[in-house]
Design a binder for this molecule. Sequence first.
Ligand code: ADP
Ligand code: MG
Length: 621
Amino acid sequence: MSTVSNTETLGFQSEVKQLLDLVINSLYSNREIFLRELISNASDAIEKLRFNALSNHDLYGGDPELAIDIDFDAEARTVTIRDNGVGMSREDVISNLGTIARSGTREFFGTLSGDARTDSQLIGQFGVGFYAAFIVADKVTVTTRRADLPASAGVRWTSEGRGEFTVEDLEQAARGTEIVLHLKEDAAEFADNWRLRGLIRKYSDHIAAPIRMPSTDKEKTERETVNSATALWLRSKQEIPEEDYQSFYKHISHDFEDPLSWVHTKAEGKLEYTSLFFVPGRAPFDLYDRDSRHGVKLYVQRVFIMDDAEQILPRYLRFMRGVVDTRDLPLNVSREILQRNKVIDTIRAASIKKILGLLEGLSDEDFGKFWGMFGRVLKEGVIEDQANQERVAKLLRFASTHDDLETPKVSLTDYIGRMKEGQKAIYYLTAENFTSAKSSPHLEVFRARGIEVLLLTDPVDEWVVQHLLNFDGKPLKSILHGNLELPGEEDKPAAEDETEEQSPVIERMRAVLEGKVKSVKSSRRLTNSPACLVTDEFDMGVNLQRILKSAGQEVPPTQRILEINLEHPLLVRLTEEKDEERFVTLATVVYEQAVLAEGGRLEDAAGFVRRMNELLLASAA
Ligand code: ADP
Ligand code: MG
């Protein structure tokens, strides 16, 4: 390995420089994590090699025993982490160690505040991967050779972590990757057998590959395996301490925080498989990206097959992390095969049930945390998963007029438990935000009669209510649509309305507002407000229209119904108004107010201002 050639010095991508500065300055109090990160990478590299070797056994060369070796030299102040995994080519090294390959990193930088204290907390949550080496080292040398390239294709990457790195070709290199950390003076403590063993047991015990170190007994030359070195999920549940589950979760999810909960299942019988699923303790950066990959790893007979096996879980559970290991798939299974495969369908159906069970079993406090992070995603399940719709619906939480709190706490089951005598439907209203939902005039009669209404303000809620027509046999009904049927009033003779609607003021208003509204009717919804707008039974609601428009979709214009409160003083005044010109002004303002009250936009805002001023001046006179 002495002859080198083709030396090139390159600059880090600007984000890497920023990350390195942050790492070096702010992770000081948590330095020991460097080892976990580098072992995690070594373990990934070994799993990749094992997988690639399934189709190309020659990759093992003469070295089929896959392992991670840790060495140290107290005098030279170095720690070495070596794996005989998949390794890297020159191009791989430049792109993997010179740029930030990890998804979410850009978003992560977006969240940085520039304030060192908060940022160091953030970075602790985010994880820094390979660059963690620079927390303890002022110089890092990576020697690597990719498994499918000849021994002469070795590369050495060197950097002091200050903005540039050097790559050079080696004449001769072993398969895999060796990382030498030249420790900073104040990190000398890590070049110690006991210290390193302690860290391996603490953070990397669950790693399936053996992690070997020299014996602590100087007489012995044989190396010793320091970790348990069995795939964690294959151990029996009773034997696995919580900390092992937690550190395993951190390894597979690249998360730095503990998971909220997990479920570990061994299925035996027609199909044999093990699954271990975690609910993360915090939301990943790309959660709302529906195309983001799922964090479930698929293993076949302990061999890692693929990351993000999206066939295992539906999209609405994309926040889950975990592994599935089965004997019942072929080792050469591909994504295409998985797409129509009975075994995976069975595992998927059972996994969904396990996860829903896990969520149902969370304590109120944990469920609250869970809902705050992932509730919006879980709601998609009502739309996506017909088979489990009722079960998913049972987990949903909404804001409601019961407590008027913005934090969604009310389940549909809670709601049904509070329904009034004779109440047949679950009432809801959708709006752009909580404030406008809470103060909507449509709620007046419900508040007056103590009937609870769910306040839905997530865009996805519009789709939820289109798919969830019933819950527990009760229809869901928008209070912004069509005729209201309140408990005890369903059979109120229509004739009564007819007479009211024939009242002359309604006729006159219809004439004035023609072209603006579909109709004018007397309202049962209002107690305090003079008027509100209602969407006809089968027309698209305003909130949905707004969402579709803001997503760039064309929405056909619909006209709505103006409901008026004949008992309101303004309407009484209108009824008595003889002057046709003043009637037109006042009727128009009543309509315009209704538009404004629900957060809508006026077509003729200037006209409204003029009309208002006319009325103000008239009243002042
Ligand atoms: P992550 O592990 O999340 O991908 P890292 O910063 O830890 O991010 O590593 C960056 C990339 O460098 C890895 O994705 C991998 O491609 C490459 N890499 C790091 N260490 C090794 C290794 N020991 N063997 C092979 N490739 C490695
Ligand atoms: Mg890593």
